[in-house]
Every structure is written in structure tokens, then in C-alpha cells.
Design a protein around this ligand. Structure first.
Ligand code: RB5
Length: 143
């Protein structure tokens, strides 16, 4: 799968770890920064990733900041982006099955590396269930 990934300084360490794991599993990873631990503004990275995803640059995206909250709020401003802030394997799985989440969000300061790695693998492997959930997704988008 082709996957975009981006973060602010609060998610930088976890991003580097997740990128290694993605590459190890044969995914093509496009890293949109940030490129170090220096302080940056998380909305810039969330918007960059969402625009690239909506432009068709990849199949899915992964966003990180300290808590995951800031990048979630920014990402979900984009029509067609369904960014899910997840905290465990169960929420990661459900975000695919029920919400067809196209962006997985995690907090670099709130989620440990082992949990984050497990969540990401479940999220990548889980399909959208469609059916009644498709109708609900259509109701999300404002006319
Ligand atoms: C940055 O200090 C922090 O505010 C950011 O990473 C994120 O947690 C915002 O929601």
C-alpha cells in the first residue's frame, strides 16, 4: 500500500518508528515531515497530508502530534477526509470497519510504541464493512 505520513514535533519519534515498520512490511511510505524534534505547527502538517491524500498521492494517511487531537481537528476540516484518533487495536479496527477512516491518527506522547505499531497493522489490514455504515458516511458530508 502507498501511505502518507506526517507529524509535528510531538509525533516525530513515533513517526520514525512507524515508518521503519511500514517499510519492513513492504509498504511504500511518503514522509511529509516534520524532519526533526524542533517545534513546528501541527496544522501545517495535517493540511499538507490531507491535500496530498485528496489529490490521490496515496491510499491512506497516518498523522501524529503530541496527543493526536490537534491534527485530528485540522484534518477533519477537509471534506472527504475521515481522520480517526485511535488509542488501541479495537478503536483502530472499528475506525476502518464502521467509519472507513482514511487517516489514522495517534498521539506520540499518549500512545506507547508497541500499542501504536499493533494499532497501525490492524488498521491497515481491516476493510470497511459498507452497508448501513456507507449511508452514515454519506450523511457526514455537509451539502
Ligand atoms: C505541541 O506541543 C502539541 O500541542 C501538539 O503536538 C498536539 O498535541 C496538539 O494537539
Amino acid at each position: 500500500m502507498r501511505i502518507l505520513i506526517a507529524c509535528d514535533h510531538g509525533g516525530y519519534v513515533l513517526k520514525q518508528l512507524l515508518m521503519e515498520q511500514l517499510q519492513h512490511h513492504g509498504h511504500e511510505v511518503i514522509d511529509l515531515g516534520t524532519d526533526g524534534p524542533e517545534s513546528v505547527d501541527y496544522p501545517d502538517y495535517a493540511h499538507r497530508l490531507c491535500r496530498a491524500l485528496l489529490d490521490g498521492m496515496a491510499d491512506r494517511g497516518i498523522l501524529l502530534c503530541g496527543t493526536g487531537i490537534g491534527v485530528s481537528i485540522a484534518a477533519n476540516r477537509h471534506a472527504g477526509i475521515r481522520a480517526a484518533l485511535c488509542h488501541d487495536e479495537s478503536t483502530a479496527r472499528l475506525s476502518r470497519q464502521h467509519n472507513d477512516a482514511n487517516v489514522l491518527v495517534m498521539g506520540g506522547r499518549t500512545t506507547g510504541p508497541a500499542t501504536a505499531q499493533a494499532m497501525m497493522m490492524v488498521w491497515l489490514a481491516t476493510a470497511f464493512e459498507g452497508g448501513r455504515h456507507q449511508r452514515r458516511l454519506e450523511l457526514i458530508e455537509l451539502k
